[in-house]
Design a protein around this ligand. Sequence first.
Ligand SMILES: [Zn+2]
Length: 421
Amino acid sequence: MEQTILSIFLALFVLQFAIEFGLNELNLRQVAANSANKEIPEAFRGKIEPQDYAKSVEYTLTNGQFQRWAEIYGSAVLLMVLLSGLLGLVDQWSGQWANGSSLGRYGPGIIFCCAVGAILTLTALPTELYSTFGIEAKFGFNKTTIGLYLSDKLKGLVLSLVIGVPFLLVVLWLMDIMGQAWWLWAFAFISAFQLLMIVIFPTFIAPWFNKFEPLKEGELRQRILALAEQIGFKTSGIYSMDGSRRSAHSNAYFTGIGKAKRIVLFDTLIDQMSTDQGLAVLAHEMGHYKMKHIHRMLLVQTVFLIGALFVLSLLIAYPPFFATFGLVQSNHGALVLFSLVAGPFSFYLAPFMSRLSRKHEYEADRFAVKTLRDGAAMEEALINLTVKNLSNLTPHPWYSAYHYSHPTAMERINAIRQLSV
Ligand SMILES: [Zn+2]
């Protein structure tokens, strides 16, 4: 049986690798071919300098070429962790270590999960470091100092210990005492936990990493207040964030639900945009709020969660699932193993999630244009964002369909031009 499970897993693993690698290759070729004709795409002509276009091509190619090695490396690490017998050793060692201490019934499970988490975090460091301090620095985007990077990592570790460990403890406890229906209890608990995180993240966790301030006095603020009033968005929820501490990339996002909802504009975005453009971006974010996009995404994630927990409840009672990867049957082993092997299966859901997210982006754009009765400002804001972030102007359509959570600037501009205002 173990042989069959292993063959199915490996076949799907290789298929996933081939698809991701292939999409990246297609994208690289498309970008290189387009830049070879020196043609700037129509919507950007006269709006982007030839040297900026050349730089965006170079940035895309550099990232894509690095992606090849990152994918090979990441896949090799995962296979090594799963197939070398490492998990079994870590499990044994965690059990011995916990039993020699006074960590209680769930001690071995907690130590095992933390140890595997530490292995995955450490092995991901080389690609992360090269991306931030190599590529991003080379193109002038990186502003993160080594000191800030280390303090971010330390804060992340503290959060995992303070929030992650108690969370894990409750899940292990539910699995232990709730019998057959444990997965329904775990579902209820994880859903409640997610809701709590959505509420506390913007107000308590994000401010630990960044400074959030109400938007500065001025014309932009005045016009935003008027817009917020018109739409019914509480203005106490509009913030500027010091994104420039870490990166010159610019962005804006809408987060949270209920009283904790926030629209966040990066300081980098405010600096590089005109008032009209800034207002268009804000109207777009208010569109996400108005259309209840966070609620809809949450609903989809809830369906995935219950499906995943149900599958896990079947696997947990099936010893060959553990034996295939050198583990003995246990609740904590099931949790870790399931999260490690799920990729090649859940991979096929990613394009649907990207598609739903892109649908939301179109809706928010439409809302902004209709509300402001101004398509030109939104279009200029999009071009501005694309140029300043050196975004790929000509991604391969299959690549963007799979990976992009936002439609390309071209697609969004075309959609905006079809709206009557
Ligand atoms: Zn959006």
